[in-house]
Design a protein around this ligand. Sequence first.
Ligand SMILES: Cc1cc2nc3c(=O)[nH]c(=O)nc-3n(C[C@H](O)[C@H](O)[C@H](O)COP(=O)(O)OP(=O)(O)OC[C@H]3O[C@@H](n4cnc5c(N)ncnc54)[C@H](O)[C@@H]3O)c2cc1C
Length: 364
Amino acid sequence: MTLGSAGRPHVLIVGAGIVGASIALHLARDGARVSVVDARAPGGLATGNSWAWINASWGNPEPYFRLRVRSMAEWRRLEREVPGLQVSWRGGLIWDLPPAGLDAFVAEHSSWGYDLSRVDRAEVLRLEPQLARPPEIAVHAPGEGSVEPLAASGALLAAAEAEGATVLARAAVRRLVLTGGRVTGVETDAGRLDADEIIVAAGVETAALAATAGVMLPLRASSAMLVASRPLGPLLNGLIVTPEMELRQTAEGRLLAAADFDDAEPGNDAAAAAAALFDAVRRTVRSDATIEPEFHRVAHRPIPQDGFSAVGRAAGIAGLYLAVTHSGITLAPAIGRFVADEILLGRRDALLAPYGPDRFIIGR
Ligand SMILES: Cc1cc2nc3c(=O)[nH]c(=O)nc-3n(C[C@H](O)[C@H](O)[C@H](O)COP(=O)(O)OP(=O)(O)OC[C@H]3O[C@@H](n4cnc5c(N)ncnc54)[C@H](O)[C@@H]3O)c2cc1C
């Protein structure tokens, strides 16, 4: 990498969501000159609409499980290091699979060292007394947590700025600038910005930007419905994953539920889907106060073609690094740390090694 004028590499990050913010913090802290540019207000698009569960649960192959577990540990480190960053480690209760599936999940993840236990109805009610329809069997994952995602990405970005990073908001990047086969900058609404390395961490829009340099990244935007109630007194202690939805209570007291919803499917009605999800929330949680809807949103998760992260340099083109993933709330701390190590020290962490974008980039 060529060095910027101050003798430090100048890295420009496109995207100030949780992934871009974490990368900015780790790079700035480790000595890079960092600029962040975002088309919108900082905080992120998927990030702001995320259910924001920090976990290593579910059907992940072991290498991906290990990356997630590492990132959970990195959240605990960031919590100590970043002023104002709060993670709620309240644990999860999961029963979105038939009993045999839950048993297999516990057996596999326990054998990998993950703290999980199978709990019966009485224990479910001890953990979550306000559940209206507790399952006969669930899995309890006490080490899992959540963040309020906009607050968390804001805290990471503020910490990056305290380390010298600069943030340019509301300046859309139209295209990457190629000079002699190398990406040397970006063209934005506010003019051209040059840097030694460009990191595209633009969530669902990462593929469109990479394409402006001829790099075709297979990425889909998977849609989901998010509904929130008006704030209520304490009802839930932790995170709930049922066959119908993911449900937690936010720091402000809102019941926040997410479920799959295909907005590309003709005839799918977002308002009706939101109302149905809201009814399911009311059936799930007992509350003396009326549970009233506050808002719903159709949101999109960035998901690389095979479902795993796409984080690394794009082969055959210098100066360009891509960082896009689903489960970005869980994975942002590890990704930020590993990307900084790779860019500044040339060392790619073994946990990230399988997830370079080159495994499916076509073109170039
Ligand atoms: C409903 C829902 C539930 C989820 N639940 C979970 C969960 O429980 N746990 C979990 O770990 N993950 C979850 N996720 C996924 C997680 O939220 C995302 O993986 C993560 O937020 C992605 O962060 P990001 O920074 O890559 O993208 P984003 O937050 O989308 O940020 C990308 C930024 O790039 C900017 N940008 C885009 N294009 C340009 C451009 N051309 N020029 C300048 N700026 C640009 C955007 O304005 C945006 O600010 C969920 C997502 C959704 C939608």
